[in-house]
Design a protein around this ligand. Structure first.
Ligand code: SF4
Length: 349
């Protein structure tokens, strides 16, 4: 599969094994030879490898840094290498490019999208804004660059409440794209002039309240870590409010917040309601705690498109490169930087 884009020195004996299969790159096992090849090629390309918490364990283990989307974008801006390999989904690599326009940002497979980011298009947001002239647009960081460019302030799940509270009480707010995070913010702030876009992530929406209630019953001593994007976040708060689960056992946390809580917990068992890739980092952070998925089928197929074969191909070929139009990047950067200045933004998804 040698191409013109690959440099002679970035060829690899493993490269001929890379095949396209079922819409993703396959054919390479994440063994010690692969690990060494990835490290060698990254040095040759002067590249830093970043991996999101939802990636498969081998990708997390070979990366230079693992984290959530915003934390990784900040690291991308700080490292001295001129190339960033972002093992995550496309909007995350775009955010890194927005914050580091001078760097080359590569994603191992540009087809790795996000059902939440795709749940609103720029034309739909423009129409929604026209229906609510003067409204402030607050977008969760899981959005494309073109949506960020039409946004007043981005937010993470950690600071969404503070971002909304930073806007004058009499100003309408358009909150997008996640309806569960929007409902959580509306409940906490009591804000009636907050309009919520009906978007959702197929993975988080699939973790429902019934499953959570059953797991909570089966594991009466376990703590519950719930991501606010999950379909069960509302149920978790309801269960706590009803006394079905002691409120102190329910923690609504961003992915970064989950790692902090894991390091500090005295619990022996923790039920985790988010994408299952998160379990790898939680187990590394607190090896003595038994972390269990509320739904072990909650796996993001987009994140899992960043396969060992895809990463090898990326380093050999120098692809897929992420581009963001200069004006769009400048507008999006304003919305992201406003977000960073409010409350504790944490790290996004
Ligand atoms: S888990 Fe959901 S929100 Fe996260 S990248 Fe996958 S589709 Fe998008």
């Amino acid at each position: 599969m040698t191409t013109a884009a690959s440099l002679p020195e970035t060829s690899s004996p493993l490269y001929d094994r890379v095949v396209e299969m079922g819409g993703h790159y396959a054919g390479v096992e994440p063994d010690t030879e692969w690990f060494a090849e990835v490290k060698r090629l990254a040095v040759l390309r002067n590249a830093t490898i970043l991996a999101h918490n939802y990636e498969v364990p081998a990708i997390q283990d070979v990366a230079d840094f693992v984290g959530d989307s915003l934390a990784l974008s900040r690291i991308a801006a700080e490292v001295t290498t001129d190339t960033i390999v972002f093992c995550g989904v496309h909007f995350m690599a775009e955010t890194a490019k927005i914050l580091s326009p001078e760097k080359t940002v590569l994603i191992p497979d540009q087809r790795a999208g996000c059902s939440l980011a795709d749940s609103i298009k720029a034309v739909e947001l423009a129409e929604w804004k026209a229906e609510h002239p003067g409204a402030a647009v607050v977008s969760y960081v899981n959005t494309t660059a073109e949506i960020k460019a039409l946004t007043d302030i981005c937010c993470t799940s950690s600071n969404a409440v503070e971002v909304v509270e930073s806007i004058p009480a009499d100003r309408e707010i358009l909150f997008l794209p996640d309806q569960f995070l929007g409902a959580h913010v509306k409940r906490v702030t009591g804000r009636q002039n907050l309009h919520i876009w009906a978007g959702e992530c197929h993975v988080h929406a699939g973790i429902n309240g019934d499953e959570l209630a059953k797991q909570a019953l089966d594991h009466p001593d376990a703590e519950l870590y719930v991501h606010p994007e999950c379909g069960c976040a509302t149920s978790a708060l309801y269960l706590a409010g009803e006394g079905a689960v002691p409120p102190e056992r329910v923690k609504i946390l961003s992915t970064g917040g989950m790692l902090d809580a894991a390091r500090a917990t005295g619990a022996k068992e923790v039920l985790v309601a988010t994408e299952i890739g998160m379990l790898h980092q939680l187990r590394r952070a607190a090896p003595s705690v038994d972390f269990r998925a509320v739904n072990d089928r909650a796996s993001c197929r987009y994140m899992k498109m960043i396969t060992p074969a895809a990463l090898l191909r990326c380093l050999v070929e120098g692809r897929d490169e992420v581009f963001v139009d200069d004006d769009m990047a400048a507008a999006g950067r304003v919305a992201v930087e406003r977000m960073i200045g409010i409350g504790q933004p944490g790290g996004g998804e």
